[in-house]
Write a protein that binds this ligand. Structure first.
Ligand code: GLN
Length: 449
């Protein structure tokens, strides 16, 4: 049914870069066979899933949205993909994304943008817009995203779906194409909080292949999602991101939902996180710095694109690298490599990267103080509903501002969730509400979500 749905709508939505019809059907048949043989199967066995094209899939092209990896077939599966396969979940295909997960709209994909199923002229968010669009368009019941600064939560908000960035270290990063290693985290995209919890249980938990993986059981997210009770819960309204200056319809729906939490028995308190306003600036130094280092591996020697420089008969290795990186990387990727290399260079390191790291510590302290007063924090997920394709593509600063509410969680390593929060009056498009919890307390998000 999902493959049929993809065939019917994906020419318009373009959520997928690649559909693995044969692989998905074979995995589904295998589940049927095991079930017929009387085997007891995992809860999600047979439930198909879409995977962001940033996770390596053995035998299945993985591009991370870049020409640099066009046609690259990984020889191994990411740990999360291994866990999906072990759970008997057929993989429908790989979803579109901004190149190397840099962006908020999928317009930086080397393979063209995805479209928001609510209005095809609008963006589905990014970088994981393909995953959220696939779920919103009923092409997949579940999808995998990755979130370095909001790439699961912001697409969820603008497509009216659910998206979770787990605690840093809660889900293995082994086999994910690295953007910024200290910020990256994979997580579930779904249409309901309980669905997300079931998927979280499948992909989460310790992985010896990832040195930053937390050696502890997955938080009790399914139980919390089923409990779904906010009575007595202390919910912190973050003064600095309470929707002031956001699109009026986004703020109006947010205010109503905060009111609803009070009516349902939560105790809403105001908290202050003064360092949040520096979060965006710190993030856009730390991310390019780590990315410039991570992307150094695309050297045209070991794998990936290789082009010869024009007009040079016997080019040096360096000339081949330069020509390949020039041809293989898109503008946004180049912009960030240059920014990051600059911020890390001697003489500038302390002034830029060092300062940004200090801001990171201040943000973590703000969260610690806030979580003394509240069990979870609440903010709108994104400042606006989905904007038009093309509207912000020439203005990187405008694009970066989408991330203002989602970035602090990545800088501090704490978990965050975006849930659908109703439609904004002025355009009838979905808005999102974000919950944040202390590190390793992911279950609180599921309980309140
Ligand atoms: N929009 C953010 C960026 O461009 C988020 C990226 C992400 O989470 N992968 O960096």
């Amino acid at each position: 049914a999902h493959l049929d749905r993809i065939a019917a709508v994906d020419d318009d939505v373009h959520a997928f870069l690649q559909v693995d019809r044969d692989g998905a059907l074979a995995a589904a048949s295998e589940v049927d066979r095991r079930r017929a043989a009387g085997e007891s199967l995992p809860t999600l066995a047979g439930v198909p899933i879409a995977v962001k094209d940033i996770a390596t899939t053995r035998g299945l092209v993985t591009t991370a949205g870049s020409k640099m990896l066009e046609g690259w077939v990984p020889p191994y599966d990411a740990t999360i993909v291994t866990r999906l396969r072990e759970a008997g979940m057929p993989i429908l295909g790989k979803t579109n994304m901004d190149e190397f997960a840099m962006g908020s709209s999928t317009e930086h994909s080397a393979y063209g943008p995805s479209h928001n199923p609510w209005d095809l002229e609008r963006i589905p968010g990014g970088s994981g817009g393909g995953s959220s669009a696939a779920v919103a368009a009923f092409e997949a019941p579940l999808a995998i995203g990755t979130d370095t600064g909001g790439s699961i939560r912001q697409p969820a908000a603008v497509t009216g779906t659910v998206g979770i960035k787990p605690t840093y270290g809660g889900v293995s990063r082994y086999g994910l194409v690295a953007l910024a290693s200290s910020l990256d985290q994979a997580g579930p995209c779904s249409r309901s909080v309980l669905d997300a919890a079931l998927l979280h249980e499948v992909i989460g938990g310790h992985d010896p292949m990832d040195s930053t993986s937390i050696d502890a059981p997955v938080p009790p997210v399914v139980e919390a999602a089923r409990r779904a009770d906010v009575k007595g819960m202390r919910v912190g309204l973050v003064k600095e991101i309470s929707g002031e200056g956001f699109q009026p319809g986004v703020k109006a729906r947010f205010d109503e939902s905060v009111q609803l939490l009070t009516e349902l028995g939560a105790e809403v308190v105001e908290v202050s996180c003064p360092s949040f306003e520096k979060g965006l600036a710190a993030y856009y130094l730390i991310l390019p710095s780590e990315a410039s280092s991570n992307l150094a591996r695309f050297d045209a020697m070991r794998y990936g694109l290789r082009v010869g420089p024009k007009g040079i008969e016997r080019p040096s290795a360096e000339q081949v690298m330069a020509a390949s990186r020039d041809a293989g990387f898109g503008d946004e990727v180049k912009r960030r490599i240059i920014l990051g290399t600059y911020a890390l260079s001697s003489g500038y390191y302390d002034a830029y990267y060092g300062q940004a790291q200090k801001v990171r510590t201040l943000i973590a302290r703000d969260f610690n103080a806030a979580f003394e007063q509240a069990d979870v924090l609440v903010t709108p997920t994104a400042p606006t509903t989905a904007f038009k394709i093309g509207e912000k593509i020439d203005d990187p600063m405008a694009m970066y501002l989408n991330d203002v509410a989602t970035i602090p969680a990545n800088l501090a390593g704490i978990p965050g969730m975006s849930i659908p929060n109703g439609l904004a009056d002025e355009d009838g498009l979905p808005s999102g509400m974000q919950f944040l919890a202390p590190a390793t307390k992911d279950e609180r998000l599921y309980q309140v979500g």
